[in-house]
Design a protein around this ligand. Structure first.
Ligand code: UGA
Length: 433
């Protein structure tokens, strides 16, 4: 099937590449000429494991092309996916101006029936507006269908999430659109949930908000554990073995970050309010999340007393492992706090340091995690990169000014920290040392 992807950001690139790998002819369009040029020459502007190789493979097999021209993309395509950004505005609502512009441009270039499927994360009723916008701007008497096909891709495992999803959600209003999109996803052999457009739009916001709520819930429990002397790991395990609760998203830490949860929780709260429902629960989810970072900063202060002129080693900057994405990363707020207090920071992250250099001019960057720990008064862990777990703890301890680790991701076993003689402060667990 010939398909067009408008917007070659994170979602568009992964979606387009995976559809191409499934045998479709895909044209990815983006209005950023430099990005398109980069992609045409085989360079991928984002870090996503496996993506570069898959792009190269499909480009060389001529199933995947890149263009700046919406006209070229829309022409002859059976499905046009909208994958443009919907950035947050200051009131929490999503900026839908890119969606509106693309809808007008698609309308102006329609050359026959198509399904216009929205993959960007949008508030409920956006499909209706896209439908009206295309209808108003379409030149000839051409029929079309609008659909909502939300994505559930996690950064760092987006390709696997695309190719082996738990489910595909297709919100459509006609049998024809359902059939075409169903055919496109059929090779994945996974459950497809067909809904109306509005329900599909809400499924996306509700899913991300629910996951964010799970994280805030377990973080709230971690605070009770700290105050009572219970252990969050035991509590989470005891809860998650109940299959109604499930094992995922119950890792307590320094809260969620990234480009999705913070934005989507705020946007869902905003659209709920606009529709006449005061979604107080979501605001509490946000509050717990932001408090969790502050509580962590307090832990650092409490452990070191005065931060001025202290050397702090930082492990992990990205908002989670396997990505270089720093958007809304807890690390940004925590490193800023350390700097504001007058501490010196030496940070290490396996892939996010280049991006971090654009944000922090006044921190040092280490070549290895050992280098970051050397000579520091405290080592602070902000992202749970797997490579941190297997390091030589004796070597780290001996190289530090004092053996103090403040771990925002609970990566180490308490017994091991005790054995090595660290002072170890983590989340929702007893303090060692
Ligand atoms: C999230 C969703 O998981 C995807 O399904 C969705 O498609 C995507 O947003 C999106 O809307 O595009 P992502 O932001 O890549 O994906 O990252 P997650 O793996 O969901 O993690 C989000 C944050 O929650 C991270 O900061 C992570 O450290 C934190 N987290 C996650 C916890 O603090 N505890 C947990 O138990 C799990």
């Amino acid at each position: 099937m010939k398909i067009c992807i408008i917007g070659s950001g994170y979602v568009g690139l992964v979606t387009g590449t995976c559809f191409a790998d499934m045998g479709n002819d895909v044209i990815c369009v983006d209005n950023d000429a430099r990005k398109v040029e980069q992609l045409q020459s085989g360079k991928v502007p984002i870090y996503e494991p496996g993506l570069e190789d898959l792009i190269k493979k499909n480009v060389s097999e001529k199933r995947l092309v890149f263009s700046t021209e919406i006209r070229a993309g829309v022409k002859d395509s059976k499905v046009v996916f909208i994958c443009v950004q919907t950035p947050p505005r200051s009131d929490g609502s999503a900026d839908l101006s890119y969606i509106e512009k693309v809808a007008r441009e698609i309308a102006a270039n329609m050359d026959g029936y198509k399904v216009i499927a929205d993959k960007s994360t949008v508030p409920v009723e956006t499909g209706l507006w896209v439908q009206n916008t295309i209808q108003k701007n379409i030149k000839k008497d051409i029929s079309f269908d609008v659909a909502s096909n939300p994505e559930f891709l996690r950064e760092g495992s987006a390709i696997a999430d695309f190719l082996k999803p738990d489910r595909v959600v297709i919100g459509a209003q006609s049998d024809k659109a359902r059939e075409i999109l169903g055919e496109l996803y059929k090779p994945l052999e996974v459950p497809i949930i067909f809904t109306d457009i509005k329900s599909a739009e809400i499924i996306k916001h509700a899913s991300n908000s629910f996951l964010a709520m799970k994280i805030s819930f377990i973080n709230a429990i971690s605070n009770i554990c700290e105050k009572s002397g219970a252990d969050i790991e035991c509590v989470a395990k005891g809860m998650s073995d109940d299959h109604r609760i499930g094992a995922h998203f119950l890792s307590a830490g320094i809260g969620y970050g990234g480009s999705c949860f913070p934005k989507d929780v705020a946007a869902f709260n905003w659209i709920s309010g606009k529709l006449g429902y005061d979604f107080k629960l979501l605001r509490e989810v946000e509050r717990i999340n932001s408090d969790q970072r502050k509580l962590f900063c307090e832990k650092i202060s409490k452990a070191l007393w005065v931060l001025k002129e202290k050397n702090i080693g930082v492990w992990g900057l990205s908002f989670k492992p396997h990505t270089d994405d720093l958007r809304n990363a807890p690390a940004i707020e925590i490193v800023r706090f350390l700097l504001d207090e007058g501490a010196s920071v030496k940070a290490y992250d396996p892939v996010a340091m280049e991006k971090a250099k654009e944000i922090f001019a006044n921190i040092k960057f280490a070549l290895t995690p050992y280098d970051a720990a050397e000579g520091c008064d405290a080592l602070v862990i902000l992202t749970e990169w797997p490579e941190f777990k297997g390091l030589d703890l004796e070597r780290i301890k001996l190289s530090m000014n004092q053996p103090l680790i403040i771990d925002g991701r609970n990566i180490y076993d308490l017994g091991i920290m005790e054995k090595y003689g660290f002072q170890y402060i983590s989340i929702g667990r007893r303090q060692i040392g």
